[in-house]
Design a protein around this ligand. Structure first.
Ligand SMILES: Cc1cc2nc3c(=O)[nH]c(=O)nc-3n(C[C@H](O)[C@H](O)[C@H](O)COP(=O)(O)OP(=O)(O)OC[C@H]3O[C@@H](n4cnc5c(N)ncnc54)[C@H](O)[C@@H]3O)c2cc1C
Length: 390
């Protein structure tokens, strides 16, 4: 059974409320019944992207001119919150890796030609995208990226590799971070280039076996003399680092929202079990120790939501919010692990069972402190932005 409560529905105005209701119905009917199969398969079927595209959900924050709905991030937050309710965190992760991480940056700074070729079909769910930034020797230190794109006539020739790429095995295109300038140029020598995955020389390596988020596939990618037209450059050459960093803001907000919604789900599950299960002749929630523990959990969740909603509002208003987004991501990601432990503990032996939703959610909670920038990187941004220095 899945919880009924969502992340503060009172924040919705009438239009967003209708958007939420329609989404909830869709998730109940067309997503949740299949999540177990997708967890087993290790990926979401392409038909789901098509369906989400048909219903306008993939393009919610993409330009209307290219098939999107042109909404602000508050709609993305609702989409994410409602997808989390399906009980498989891999589902919102995979959908967001496509619509937000890989595609939003093309919509924001790509040429009209790129938008026509990639944003439009991405919004419709005809093409699936992945964002390729992380490399075996360049994770937090994005400026250390080694995958090279060398200009040859009207083409770039790309050589290198990426790791931990969400949607890596199912993607039709990768929005790829490459080095176009000299190594000494550091972050000033990076660009973003769109690489269709049917390009000769592109190869998917291992599908990585993760601890959780099983419905989203994660893979190694290899590029061996991949030739793509210069027209596939996103924005300006050597300006990629800035595009990646500003894209990270949306990605970090997405992860904060997923973490908050997941905590809500775990809390509701814990309350449900505590009301149903009897021990020593009494319901578990009859014990004050459990009521207090879950009161602490709810307080933590509401603090995470408050930080997340503040950051979303600033982001939507166009106010610089790098530190506030990092605070939301840091707090939500770190809180999820403790909340998962507390909520799972009430289940006794059931907390350790694969068949239990709480078991899966516990595992999935471990990814948040790493994806889209680790907790240590978040602390670094907060300290730098807020002048915490000697
Ligand atoms: C499930 C999953 C999905 C992912 N999907 C994608 C994807 O779609 N696309 C993509 O490009 N990447 C993806 N990633 C990669 C993710 O963004 C990186 O794992 C992350 O940025 C950290 O990089 P790293 O693993 O190389 O760790 P490292 O950078 O090697 O970090 C090692 C340790 O050092 C710490 N550290 C870093 N900087 C500092 C500092 N300044 N001070 C102190 N400590 C520091 C880190 O916090 C960490 O604890 C995914 C990862 C996971 C787990």
């Amino acid at each position: 059974m899945v919880a009924e409560t969502t992340l503060d529905p009172n924040r919705d105005d009438e239009e967003r409320g209708m958007f939420r209701v329609a989404l909830r119905d869709f998730v109940d009917r067309e997503v949740r019944p299949h999540t177990e199969a997708w967890e087993q398969a290790g990926e979401i079927p392409r038909s789901v992207f098509r369906r989400l595209g048909d219903l306008g959900y993939l393009g919610v924050r993409l330009s209307q001119e290219y098939g999107g709905a042109g909404r602000d991030f508050r709609y993305t937050a609702i989409l994410v919150e409602e997808l989390v309710r399906c009980g498989s965190i891999g589902v919102p992760v995979s959908v967001m890796a496509h619509a937000e991480f890989a595609t939003k940056v093309l919509d924001r700074v790509g040429s009209a030609d790129l938008k026509d070729r990639f944003v439009r079909p991405a919004a419709a769910g005809h093409l699936i995208g992945a964002l390729g930034v992380t490399e075996p020797d360049a994770g937090s230190d994005v400026a250390a990226i080694r995958t090279r794109a060398v200009r040859d006539g009207d083409d770039y020739v790309i050589d290198g590799s990426k790791v931990y790429i969400t949607n890596g095995t199912i993607a039709d295109y990768v929005t790829l971070a490459v080095r176009t300038g000299p190594v000494e140029a550091g972050h000033r020598g990076l660009s973003l280039v769109v690489v269709p995955t049917d390009t000769p020389g592109f190869k998917v390596g291992r599908r990585l076996r993760k601890l959780g988020c099983h419905a989203s596939d994660t893979a190694e990618l290899f590029f061996d003399g991949c030739r793509v037209p210069v027209a596939n450059l996103v924005g300006e050459e050597n300006a990629g680092f800035g595009y990646i960093m500003s894209g990270f803001e949306g990605e970090r907000l997405v992860l904060s929202v997923i973490a908050c919604a997941q905590m809500r789900l775990m809390f509701e599950e814990a309350c449900r079990y505590g009301r149903e299960r009897s021990i020593f002749g009494e319901k578990v929630l009859g014990f004050q120790v459990w009521r207090h523990r879950l009161a602490d959990v709810l307080t933590t969740i509401e603090a995470a939501e408050a930080l997340t909603h503040r950051a979303i509002e600033m982001y939507v208003q166009g106010v610089p919010a790098n530190a506030e987004i990092s605070m939301a991501k840091l707090f939500s990601a770190e809180a999820t692990v403790g909340v998962a432990h507390d909520c799972a503990q009430i289940f006794g032996g059931n907390r350790y069972m694969e068949e239990q939703l709480i078991g899966r959610l516990q595992r999935d909670s471990l990814a948040f402190s790493v994806g889209a920038g680790t907790s240590e990187v978040m602390r670094e941004i907060i300290a730098r932005t807020k002048g915490i220095a000697p």
